[in-house]
Design a protein around this ligand. Structure first.
Ligand code: ATP
Ligand code: MG
Length: 433
């Protein structure tokens, strides 16, 4: 027998039972983002390597060791995108989106690629939903984005999250802080892990993000950037906190948040869950007021976030959400009943009633088992005897109740089904806009 070819480590298939969750996560995000005035942008999966090294930063984990970079046939260096912000900024500049309207709210969804050690919550191909706002420097927009995210997780019925914010200052206030950190770390150089040793000179803030226990301990006693903010950054951060409080957005200040990418300025935030183990961040984001200019565009403030879809999938509750199960399963007994069942299906489907049926000659018991497996909310049983008498049995699976419905005239049957299903609320339709 031939050997089986398996998928690559850290890269996963998403099978139909899980795709339902993915679709829910994506649909909710899309609906909410559109409500908040965002438009979708579809960016390429491959970009010139320079785009990432110049924006994310040469001495970051991503650029140093996680990028999938290869030479194209013409010898140019190409990278599979490790994140979405740099490509969106490139598109904003390349297509001069700012000329028509500097304020742009854009979102994207799709796979990102990083060569990391595969483990729970950490894949080599993973998916992000991200959004960026260009052209607004007011702290109100920071708070608006945080509010959007809180609402998103409420709609997905995900609990146990905390929203942590920090300010990373700007290029002016960050350099005295970096110097102070260098001094602090120099005294503890020997205790640092190999990675941090290598980085302390070039990028000492990275140790705040190191996952090693010893470095974390050193980080917990390190000076904090909030003590170094210039008046403007300080005002901005206070603005975010005040407005957040007035809108009842539960913000927790965490001065250790630094983010793994160099382009962040001022507000930085993470949404973390207690339920995810070591990889506990579900969303990460912040301001990147200098990035558009650094990539050759006009001086344009910006802020955004990216959420990790796999981690959201892991947090979705098992109940209380519609994962797209059929509302109606038709269980016919006998050839005549099956004919009627196909006719019912083709009539109710355009009415947005999701229907499934049994096509083979199966016992009622087997059919009910299948309806149950599919998670059907209602079952219409059409037995031979009942067919003769012109009545079917309509069963509500969640309430375990059943009643007769007339099978003819046909229009009346459809009307009856529609009324019963819609009145009791199709779970899927409630979510639809
Ligand atoms: P982490 O600290 O978990 O490594 P990060 O700082 O590298 O995250 P970002 O680059 O800001 O993360 O990405 C935003 C979100 O994307 C993360 O909060 C996480 O939910 C998700 N994410 C990042 N890397 C991975 C990965 N390798 N596998 C799965 N999800 C990921
Ligand atoms: Mg990472």
């Amino acid at each position: 027998m031939r050997s089986i070819i398996k998928s690559i480590s850290g890269v996963k298939d998403i099978l139909p039972k899980d795709v339902k969750k993915w679709q829910l996560i994506e649909d909710k995000a899309r609906a909410l983002l559109e409500d908040y005035g965002f438009s979708e942008v579809r960016i390429p999966i491959i970009e010139k390597t320079d785009l990432f090294s110049r924006s994310i930063g040469e001495s970051t984990d991503i650029v140093e060791k996680q990028m999938y970079t290869f030479l194209d046939r013409d010898g140019s260096s190409i990278t599979l995108r490790p994140e979405g912000t740099a490509p969106v900024v490139r598109a904003y500049i390349e297509h001069s989106l700012y000329v028509k309207e500097p304020i742009q709210k854009l979102y994207y969804m799709g796979p990102m690629f990083r060569h990391e050690r595969p483990q729970r919550g950490r894949l080599r191909q993973f998916y992000q939903i991200g959004a960026e706002v260009f052209g607004i420097k007011n702290p109100s927009v920071d708070v608006e984005i945080l509010g959007l995210l809180i609402r998103y997780f409420e709609e997905l019925k995900i609990e146990g999250l905390s929203l942590q914010i920090n300010s990373l200052g700007c290029s002016r206030c960050r350099s005295p802080y970096v110097e102070e950190m260098k001094r602090y770390l120099k005294e503890r150089y020997k205790e640092l892990c190999e990675d941090c040793k290598r980085r302390w000179k070039k990028n000492p803030l990275r140790i705040l993000d190191c996952k090693k226990e010893r470095c974390q301990d050193i980080a917990s006693r390190a000076p904090i950037i909030l003590d170094f903010l210039c008046p403007e950054c300080h005002r901005h951060f206070e603005g975010v906190k005040e407005e957040g409080a007035s809108l009842n957005i539960p913000l927790e200040v965490n001065p250790r948040i630094v983010r793994g990418l160099d382009y962040y300025t001022k507000t930085a935030f993470e949404i973390v869950s207690q339920c995810l183990g070591a990889q506990n961040a579900v969303v990460a984001g912040g301001r990147f007021d200098d990035l558009v200019k650094a990539l050759g565009g006009p001086d344009t403030p910006a802020i955004g976030f990216a959420l990790g879809v796999e981690r959201v999938v892991e947090l979705l509750p098992g109940e209380g959400l519609d994962y797209g199960s059929p509302y109606l399963f038709i269980a016919p007994l006998g050839a005549e009943a099956r004919k009627l069942a196909t006719k019912i299906m083709s009539t109710v489907r355009p009415l947005k009633i999701k229907a499934e049926m049994e096509y083979e000659d199966k016992s009622l018991k087997a059919q009910m088992r299948r309806a149950h497996k599919l998670g059907a909310r209602y079952v219409l049983i059409i037995g031979d005897e009942e067919l003769k008498e012109g009545r079917g049995i309509f069963r509500d699976m969640s309430r375990k109740a059943q009643e007769d419905v007339p099978l003819d005239p046909f229009d009346r049957l459809i009307e009856e089904l529609r009324e019963r299903i819609n009145n009791q609320g199709c779970p899927g339709q409630k979510n639809r806009k």
